[in-house]
Design a binder for this molecule. Structure first.
Ligand code: CMP
Length: 139
Protein backbone atom coordinates (compact mmCIF):
# COMPACT_ATOMS: atom_id res chain seq x y z
CA UNK A 1 0.00 0.00 0.00
CA UNK A 2 1.19 3.54 -0.79
CA UNK A 3 2.98 5.37 2.03
CA UNK A 4 4.08 8.92 2.75
CA UNK A 5 6.13 10.67 5.42
CA UNK A 6 4.73 13.55 7.45
CA UNK A 7 6.91 15.52 9.85
CA UNK A 8 5.36 17.80 12.44
CA UNK A 9 8.00 20.54 12.47
CA UNK A 10 9.23 22.35 15.60
CA UNK A 11 6.59 25.11 15.25
CA UNK A 12 3.86 22.44 15.29
CA UNK A 13 5.45 20.70 18.27
CA UNK A 14 5.68 24.02 20.16
CA UNK A 15 2.08 24.92 19.28
CA UNK A 16 0.96 21.49 20.59
CA UNK A 17 -0.98 20.61 17.47
CA UNK A 18 0.41 17.11 16.84
CA UNK A 19 -2.93 15.54 17.78
CA UNK A 20 -4.88 17.96 15.57
CA UNK A 21 -2.63 17.17 12.60
CA UNK A 22 -3.16 13.45 13.14
CA UNK A 23 -6.93 14.08 13.16
CA UNK A 24 -6.84 15.80 9.72
CA UNK A 25 -5.12 12.69 8.34
CA UNK A 26 -7.27 10.12 10.14
CA UNK A 27 -10.44 11.97 9.14
CA UNK A 28 -9.27 11.73 5.51
CA UNK A 29 -9.24 7.94 5.91
CA UNK A 30 -5.49 7.37 6.20
CA UNK A 31 -3.78 5.00 8.58
CA UNK A 32 -0.82 5.81 10.84
CA UNK A 33 1.79 3.08 10.24
CA UNK A 34 4.70 4.52 12.26
CA UNK A 35 5.44 7.49 14.47
CA UNK A 36 8.19 8.74 16.76
CA UNK A 37 9.96 11.89 17.96
CA UNK A 38 13.31 12.34 16.25
CA UNK A 39 15.97 14.96 16.85
CA UNK A 40 17.14 15.69 13.29
CA UNK A 41 20.93 15.83 12.94
CA UNK A 42 22.99 18.06 10.68
CA UNK A 43 23.67 15.10 8.43
CA UNK A 44 20.02 14.00 8.11
CA UNK A 45 18.91 17.55 7.30
CA UNK A 46 21.62 17.85 4.63
CA UNK A 47 20.35 14.65 3.04
CA UNK A 48 16.64 15.36 3.61
CA UNK A 49 16.80 18.82 2.01
CA UNK A 50 19.67 18.08 -0.46
CA UNK A 51 17.64 19.86 -3.20
CA UNK A 52 17.51 23.06 -1.07
CA UNK A 53 21.17 23.06 0.04
CA UNK A 54 22.14 25.99 -2.19
CA UNK A 55 19.08 28.11 -1.39
CA UNK A 56 19.51 31.28 0.65
CA UNK A 57 16.98 30.06 3.25
CA UNK A 58 18.78 26.75 3.89
CA UNK A 59 20.84 27.83 6.96
CA UNK A 60 17.68 29.24 8.61
CA UNK A 61 15.69 26.16 7.65
CA UNK A 62 18.31 23.89 9.23
CA UNK A 63 18.36 25.92 12.45
CA UNK A 64 14.57 25.86 12.61
CA UNK A 65 14.32 22.10 12.02
CA UNK A 66 16.69 21.52 14.95
CA UNK A 67 14.81 23.72 17.46
CA UNK A 68 12.94 20.74 18.93
CA UNK A 69 12.60 17.07 17.99
CA UNK A 70 10.12 16.57 15.14
CA UNK A 71 7.23 14.10 15.20
CA UNK A 72 7.99 11.83 12.24
CA UNK A 73 5.14 9.69 10.92
CA UNK A 74 4.44 7.25 8.12
CA UNK A 75 0.87 7.39 6.78
CA UNK A 76 -0.64 4.80 4.51
CA UNK A 77 -3.55 4.62 2.06
CA UNK A 78 -4.58 4.80 -1.56
CA UNK A 79 -3.25 7.97 -3.17
CA UNK A 80 -1.84 9.06 0.20
CA UNK A 81 1.15 11.02 -1.18
CA UNK A 82 -0.84 13.46 -3.31
CA UNK A 83 -3.85 13.63 -0.99
CA UNK A 84 -1.75 14.45 2.09
CA UNK A 85 0.00 17.25 0.20
CA UNK A 86 -3.44 18.63 -0.66
CA UNK A 87 -4.52 18.42 2.99
CA UNK A 88 -1.30 20.24 4.05
CA UNK A 89 -1.87 23.06 1.54
CA UNK A 90 0.77 25.15 -0.26
CA UNK A 91 4.21 25.73 1.33
CA UNK A 92 3.52 29.33 2.33
CA UNK A 93 1.11 29.25 5.25
CA UNK A 94 0.11 32.85 4.47
CA UNK A 95 -1.20 31.73 1.09
CA UNK A 96 -2.66 28.39 2.22
CA UNK A 97 -6.47 28.24 2.22
CA UNK A 98 -8.41 27.77 5.46
CA UNK A 99 -9.28 24.14 5.93
CA UNK A 100 -5.72 23.03 5.07
CA UNK A 101 -3.26 22.21 7.86
CA UNK A 102 -0.93 25.09 6.91
CA UNK A 103 -3.79 27.53 6.37
CA UNK A 104 -5.29 26.71 9.75
CA UNK A 105 -2.16 26.17 11.86
CA UNK A 106 0.90 27.63 10.07
CA UNK A 107 2.52 31.06 10.40
CA UNK A 108 4.57 31.80 7.27
CA UNK A 109 6.61 30.14 4.50
CA UNK A 110 9.17 28.62 6.85
CA UNK A 111 7.00 28.01 9.88
CA UNK A 112 4.53 25.87 7.97
CA UNK A 113 3.91 23.18 10.62
CA UNK A 114 4.34 20.09 8.47
CA UNK A 115 6.48 18.43 5.86
CA UNK A 116 4.89 15.88 3.50
CA UNK A 117 6.73 13.76 0.91
CA UNK A 118 6.67 15.22 -2.59
CA UNK A 119 6.16 11.95 -4.49
CA UNK A 120 6.37 8.19 -3.99
CA UNK A 121 10.08 7.96 -4.69
CA UNK A 122 10.83 10.70 -2.14
CA UNK A 123 8.52 8.99 0.35
CA UNK A 124 10.59 5.80 0.03
CA UNK A 125 13.84 7.76 0.41
CA UNK A 126 12.54 9.60 3.48
CA UNK A 127 11.21 6.43 5.11
CA UNK A 128 14.69 4.90 4.60
CA UNK A 129 16.35 7.91 6.26
CA UNK A 130 14.22 7.82 9.41
CA UNK A 131 12.63 4.40 9.95
CA UNK A 132 13.59 0.74 10.13
CA UNK A 133 11.20 -1.83 8.61
CA UNK A 134 10.27 -3.13 12.11
CA UNK A 135 8.95 0.29 13.10
CA UNK A 136 6.32 0.29 10.33
CA UNK A 137 3.29 -1.73 11.34
CA UNK A 138 0.30 -3.17 9.51
CA UNK A 139 -3.12 -3.54 11.12
P1 CMP B 1 8.95 21.83 3.20
O1 CMP B 1 7.75 21.47 2.43
O2 CMP B 1 9.35 20.98 4.35
O3 CMP B 1 10.20 21.94 2.21
C1 CMP B 1 11.28 22.82 2.39
C2 CMP B 1 11.04 23.80 3.49
O4 CMP B 1 11.83 24.95 3.42
C3 CMP B 1 9.62 24.32 3.41
O5 CMP B 1 8.72 23.32 3.76
C4 CMP B 1 9.70 25.53 4.30
O6 CMP B 1 9.68 25.19 5.69
C5 CMP B 1 11.09 26.04 3.93
N1 CMP B 1 11.04 27.04 2.87
C6 CMP B 1 10.68 26.87 1.60
N2 CMP B 1 10.78 28.01 0.91
C7 CMP B 1 11.23 28.92 1.77
C8 CMP B 1 11.55 30.30 1.65
N3 CMP B 1 11.44 30.96 0.49
N4 CMP B 1 11.96 30.92 2.76
C9 CMP B 1 12.09 30.24 3.92
N5 CMP B 1 11.81 28.93 4.09
C10 CMP B 1 11.37 28.28 3.02
Amino acid sequence: MEKTVVLVKPDGVNKRVIGKIMTYLEDAGFKLSAGKFIRLTDDIIDRWYAHHKDKSFFPDLKKFMMETPVMAMVWEGEGVVAKVREICGPTDSLKAPKGTIRGDLGTDIQHNVVHASEDESNAKREIGLLFSQEEIISY
